[in-house]
Design a protein around this ligand. Structure first.
Ligand code: DXP
Ligand SMILES: NCC(=O)COP(=O)(O)O
Length: 261
């Protein structure tokens, strides 16, 4: 079975836009778990544009209390700064069940590529060792959409010491949106098999949605976990708006305000 880890970054985007405490990231994460999600993902960024260190601590406590996986994503090479202790330090503090390393630069709008394992292997290896010594399962963000050589290089994640790779699914989502995703799915399936043959577990994430998830999981064998945030939170707004508006209309209809013309 594929586990669903809900990424709650976008709840923090909304909260930070007003500077207060609502919507509450922990309450939203708890609602996801109550609804059957298997774990929670966050990807704190050094500029603290959404998830902050205090959210990481609170979500670590929630997931520990619920006995579910906490998946902490981030760039292990980004230096600490005020309000961001650094990815390794956060992992030392909360010991997430899974640490997913992502090679983002600081100003990136969102994650848009995986590691180059041939180039990045030597500097990743000690970090992977350190995270495993903390008891974390380690997953490395990986591209699957490029040429055959790139897909073959995914096997190197195993010699770097990783337990899993997370296939970056943005290009698949784009191909699906454009109406022709078969060739892309074949690449992802090949990448998954290469990883699995090397002894790696396979996760997947980025821009997965209710529209494109089923086709992905049908075509790509043995995906252990999908982490989904942007589309899921967007869909939740649409799904939740009618009931919420009904509740407000019920309040104004109680007739306590001015009569409507
Ligand atoms: C690694 C990955 O694909 C997600 O973590 C994604 O990058 C979410 O980050 P943002 O919510 O900052 O876009
Ligand atoms: N690892 C991917 C993730 O956590 C969520 O990505 P997205 O669904 O917000 O694009």
């Amino acid at each position: 079975m594929t586990a669903l880890s809900v990424n709650v970054n976008k709840i923090a985007v909304l909260r930070n836009s007003r500077g207060g405490a609502e919507p509450d990231v922990v309450r939203a994460a708890a609602a996801c778990l109550d609804a059957g999600a298997h774990g929670i993902t966050v990807h704190p960024r050094p500029d603290a544009r959404h998830i902050r260190a205090d959210d990481v601590y609170a979500l670590a406590a929630l997931t520990a209390a619920r006995g579910v996986e906490f998946n902490l994503e981030g760039n292990p090479f980004a230096p600490p700064r005020a309000g961001y202790p650094g990815f390794l330090a956060l992992c030392e503090q909360v010991r997430p069940a899974q640490a997913t390393l992502v090679p983002d630069s600081d100003a990136q709008l969102t994650s848009d590529h995986g590691f180059d394992f041939t180039r990045d292997g030597a500097r990743l290896r000690p970090l992977v060792d350190a995270l495993k010594a903390l008891g974390c399962r380690v997953s490395l963000f990986a591209d699957a959409h490029g040429d055959k050589a790139q897909r073959a290089s995914i096997a190197e994640a195993a010699s770097i010491g990783a337990d899993r790779v997370e296939l970056y699914t943005g290009p698949y989502a784009e191909a699906f949106e454009g109406g022709s995703s078969e060739a892309m799915l074949a690449r992802f399936a090949e990448a998954a098999r290469i990883a699995q043959t090397a002894g790696l577990g396979v996760n997947a994430g980025h821009d997965l949605s209710q529209a494109n998830l089923e086709a992905f999981l049908s075509a790509v064998p043995g995906v252990l976990e999908v982490s989904i945030g942007h589309a899921l939170i967007s869909e939740a707004l649409y799904a939740g708006l009618p009931a919420t508006v009904h509740a407000y209309v019920a309040i104004v209809d109680r007739g306590l305000g001015a009569k409507r013309a």
